[in-house]
Design a protein around this ligand. Sequence first.
Ligand SMILES: Nc1ncnc2c1ncn2[C@@H]1O[C@H](COP(=O)(O)OP(=O)(O)OP(=O)(O)O)[C@@H](O)[C@H]1O
Length: 278
Amino acid sequence: MSDYYFEIDKLCCGYGNEFRLKPVSFGLKQGDLAGIIGPNGSGKTTLLKGISGRLPLSSGSIRLNNQDIQNLKLRQRAQRVAVVSQFIDSAGISVEDYVLMGRLPYRENFQFFESNRDLTIARKYMRLTGIWPHRKKQLSQLSGGEQQLAAIAQALTQEPELLLMDEPTSHLDITHQVQVLNLIQRLNNELKLTVLMIIHDLNLAAEYCNHLIMMKDGQLYSQGTPSEVLAYDKIEEVYNTVVVTQNNPLSGKPAVFLVSEKILEEIKARYGGINRNQ
Ligand SMILES: Nc1ncnc2c1ncn2[C@@H]1O[C@H](COP(=O)(O)OP(=O)(O)OP(=O)(O)O)[C@@H](O)[C@H]1O
């Protein structure tokens, strides 16, 4: 029996000889809201694709609630793990029908129409994500951010135990970023939904996630609480960029500040460098 609700052990996957993850291992507790961070091309999406089954593993195991989920049939896996990817296939389908597709893994053989329960669940998540007013529109008529909300509503309609998300806030303005992350945080608190998401914004990652996984060059570089992972020296090594970190005065979570080249040169000329002990 593992202490972890979700655990990957020495997971390897990639694209032939082009790019391959070095073995990645980590565990999450039920109800963790975990973020995968790291620079462009460090392997975040590849890791998520390996976990979601979109890329075959060359080695390693994935366990959810003490069961190896690699060998589950697609339908069974989809009842337990939902994925929100960056790019949404917005074919000619209404928002409501798109969200209802989240119930497909639960359809019985020869059940051609959704049940009342399917409709109730889909409507609940359309309301929660705020796309309810758009439900009759074609998905292709929505903005990038609204499509992202529809994709999240579909994934939640799947009622998964584990929600995987590839940059769920990438197309959203700050109001909707915070709205979506607040919603995810609420579901995570109320339903004990375990969430693993790729998130580029280090400040949002620090504020919302209780566990961070930092990738560099196809391998796991650091993992732990935001305070452990978002130390200035780790960020500088992984992102090759000078940063200053301070705690958010309200939440106590680390906040990361970038420094322009011009200011850095002025500080070097005046003080010889950044005083990290201030
Ligand atoms: N289908 C593919 N075939 C071959 N190589 C690929 C493929 N998809 C991605 N790669 C390569 O794998 C590496 C890791 O890509 P990945 O998408 O996992 O990075 P990422 O950390 O998610 O980056 P980003 O932050 O830019 O989305 C990159 O060098 C990329 O060029």
